[in-house]
Design a protein around this ligand. Structure first.
Ligand code: CP
Length: 312
């Protein structure tokens, strides 16, 4: 692994290796002293061209716990606002010899393009509708810890699939790990070519949730919509919002996930989101730090097998 641009390029074995290493970081992060220090002297730059709370904060925490010097670029006040291009910005930062660039961008493919122009490792923190690989990895770690396995599970991914990079990365990862993936939502929010994804598609929430082990809700990505995809938020919640009645169709022990940020009362009932017996939303956030530490650790090794984990 030189870069982490998507789940698409990862094998089943690589996914398992990342999750196994992240598991060790979960334990470390629960200790009073969370510092590992193996990235001392390395420079990591966060370049977020789109808003973020979870991803940016957890990459910053992950880098600092590993001992790296972490710079959060404020893209809103950078020279991008004066017309500098993404590539010129990347080349400028590259000249300062960073070791890791973490990039979120509104355009699909922008992070891969940037990775071709720089000398350091690049991590995709979400590009347009394309991929959000560390989100899928943290979701996978959460599922594996709660269900005791990451295969032969029925996972219902519900809501705005068409605009969601989280859905795309999760479909790829869960498929590679041999799970049964269902996509549930209005036809207007299904991506074109969904029949070739190797998933089952449902418009009816009750049918889609029937017997599911995992219910993954998605936010309506209004910032990526250029027209009326739903009749109204009220109607959307009535038909596709997760409430206790619809969740009753999933298995009794089914877990509820949401990548955040969530819109309570639009795609999920607030009581379900806060139900500690069903919702693992806060655990997803915790796993995010561990997964990102594992990814930074792996990408900082000189060669694939050249050095043991920073935790060793
Ligand atoms: N899940 C996620 O990517 O959240 P942020 O947009 O807050 O980073």
């Amino acid at each position: 692994m030189r870069h982490l641009l998507g789940i698409e390029g990862l094998s089943q074995g690589q996914i398992t290796d990342i999750l196994d290493l992240a598991e060790q970081y979960v334990s470390r992060n629960r200790q009073p002293d969370k510092h590992v220090g193996g990235l001392a002297g390395r420079t990591m730059i966060n370049m977020f061209f789109e808003n973020s709370t979870r991803t940016q904060a957890s990459f910053e925490i992950a880098g600092k716990r590993l001992g790296a010097d972490v710079l959060n670029m404020s893209m809103a006040t950078s020279s991008v606002k004066k017309g500098e291009t993404l590539i010129d910005t990347a080349l400028t930062l590259n000249a300062m010899h960073p070791d890791l660039l973490v990039v979120r961008h509104q355009n699909s493919g922008a992070v891969a393009l940037l990775a071709e122009k720089v000398n350091c490792a690049v991590i995709n923190a979400g590009d347009g509708r394309h991929e959000h690989p560390t989100q899928a990895l943290l979701d996978a770690l959460t599922i594996r810890r709660r269900k005791g396995r990451l295969h032969r599970l029925t996972v219902a991914i519900c809501g705005d699939i068409a605009h969601s990079r989280v859905a795309r990365s999760n479909i790829l990862l869960l498929g590679k790990m041999e799970n049964r993936v269902r996509l549930v939502g209005p036809r207007t929010l299904m991506p074109t070519g969904v029949d070739k994804f190797g998933v089952e598609v449902f418009e009816d929430m009750r049918e889609g949730l029937e017997g599911a082990d995992v219910v993954m809700m998605l936010r309506l990505q209004k910032e990526r919509m250029d027209g009326g995809f739903i009749p109204s938020e009220r109607e959307y919640f009535h038909r596709w919002g997760l409430d206790a009645e619809k969740l009753g169709y999933a298995k009794d022990e089914a877990i509820v996930m949401h990548p955040g940020p969530m819109n309570r009362g639009v795609e999920i009932d607030g009581e379900i989101a806060d139900d500690i017996n069903r919702s693992v939303i806060q655990e997803q956030v915790e796993m995010g730090v561990a997964v990102r530490m594992a990814v930074l650790d792996l990408l900082s090794r000189p060669t694939h097998n050249g050095r043991e984990s920073l935790l060793a």
